[in-house]
Design a protein around this ligand. Structure first.
Ligand code: HEC
Ligand code: HEC
Length: 375
């Protein structure tokens, strides 16, 4: 073989092995900046005067794991929100509740970064979202009086209140249970996930000498996510959620003739919630926060809208979507790739289009999503 032919052959092989280099343009890099830094500091739980107090966080953690909050004392928050699964439960729909449920258990990592809670945003604080499961017939099926009565004789609880100068006999049942929810809210604010290989990759833009093992496939997937896929529009910011409600066309039937209308009922729940920030139990009375709650309005597009989920640590929280109807990340990508824009309920979501990605592009997107998990 001639030297020249050998040279060409070598060049060919090195291109196969080392050849592909993916370059991020300045405009891509400035978009990516909006997805840093990580980890972040989670803002205080709105209306929660105990948010940020270490003793309240510790007590909240204990309560979170205590079945005393449920009617028959067998179900704790942790029965559904399991720490080993990103505080979700690994099932499409919860199995541990007092009755069948129609929604997937949300993971709770980074939850305090959200503004509205639940798939439908029916709660406006972590503490309101913590009170609801105790009272919900499909979750812990208890009531205010029952929870209060049991806690008044729960030693670790009464001791902790005493140590922190809270006179339990001065609290009526409702205030006592709201206070419990606020301790749990304080705890949930501390659930922040760690740095991922995606975060390290972004940091390497400023420190090019860092030795990195960020797969090329993930880099190609990233280009799609922040490019023609338009995924970043809704999954925006360091937590990969813009905190708003969108319709991506997932079915919202829960059984024959029954629907789960999503955001529409969320607004209804918020408006009727005596424990919202607009109610009597707001412990900080921040005017701007109250205004956010009182200015929520119904819109025609609310049916079939769900809060954009975060995409961090998805590897721990399968299955996916509000009803747990998609098993794997590949199923999710196949769904987006095949989306039929004509079937979307709201015309507002023109950002979604059917792209029919190739096999390789689909795998690249999955690979990219995987790098948003700690491992
Ligand atoms: C039976 C299972 C179950 C139990 C028990 C349970 N949850 Fe949940 N949790 C869920 C489901 C399902 C959702 C989604 C509900 C919705 O969208 O309406 C959820 C949603 C939440 C959210 C909103 C998360 C977000 O991303 O907005 C918070 C916060 C939460 N739960 C906290 C708690 C706390 C605190 C307790 C205990 C007091 C608790 N949960 C008990 C199943 C459960
Ligand atoms: C119009 C806003 C919007 C766009 C654009 C969008 N998403 Fe989503 N995404 C959502 C909403 C809303 C949900 C929850 C839908 C549901 O539960 O029915 C979701 C769910 C997901 C989930 C499941 C997460 C979980 O915890 O259940 C993944 C993964 C995901 N999207 C990835 C992507 C990717 C990849 C793209 C780009 C191809 C994309 N999304 C584009 C709004 C959007």
């Amino acid at each position: 073989m001639s030297k020249k032919a050998l040279g060409i052959l070598l060049l060919f092989f090195s291109l196969q092995v080392f050849g592909e280099e993916i370059v991020f343009t300045d405009s891509e890099k400035s978009l990516l900046e909006a997805f840093t830094p990580w980890p972040i500091v989670i803002p205080a739980d709105p209306g929660n005067e105990y948010s940020g107090l270490q003793w309240a966080e510790a007590l909240g953690a204990q309560l979170f794991n205590d079945p005393v909050l449920s009617a028959d004392q067998t179900i704790s928050c942790a029965s559904c929100h399991q720490s080993s699964k990103g505080f979700s439960d690994g099932s499409a729909l919860p199995q541990a509740g007092a009755a069948p449920h129609v929604r997937n258990t949300q993971g709770l990592q980074n939850v305090g970064y959200q503004r509205w809670f639940g798939w439908d945003g029916g709660a406006d604080s972590l503490w309101a979202a913590s009170l609801r499961p105790m009272l919900s017939e499909v979750e812990m099926a208890s009531d205010i009086e029952d929870v209060a009565t049991k806690l008044r004789v729960t030693t670790y609880f009464t001791k902790a209140l005493q140590q922190n100068d809270l006179e339990i006999t001065a609290l009526d049942d409702e205030t006592l249970v709201v206070t419990v929810a606020k301790f749990i809210g304080a705890y949930m604010r501390t659930l922040v996930s760690g740095e991922t290989s995606f975060d390290k990759f972004l940091a390497s833009f400023d420190a090019p000498d860092i030795e990195l093992q960020y797969p090329l496939s993930a880099q190609r997937g990233m280009k799609i996510f922040f490019g023609e896929g338009n995924c970043f529009v809704c999954h925006f910011g360091p937590n990969f959620s813009n905190g708003e409600f969108h319709d991506i066309g997932r079915p919202f039937f829960t059984g024959i003739g029954q629907v789960d209308p999503g955001r529409f009922t969320g607004i209804e729940r918020l408006k009727n919630d005596p424990f919202s920030l607009a109610g009597n139990f707001n412990g900080t009375n921040n005017k701007a926060e109250i205004l956010k709650t009182t200015s929520v309005k119904f819109g025609q597009l609310n049916f079939g809208q769900w809060r954009t989920p975060s995409l961090r640590n998805l590897e721990q929280t399968a299955p996916y979507m509000h009803d747990g109807s998609l098993q794997t990340l590949r199923d999710v990508i196949d769904y987006y790739a095949e989306i039929d824009p004509a079937r979307l309920h709201s015309k507002g979501e023109a950002i979604l289009k059917s792209i029919k990605w190739s096999e390789r592009e689909r795998e690249d997107l999955v690979k990219f999503l995987e790098t948003l998990s700690e491992n």
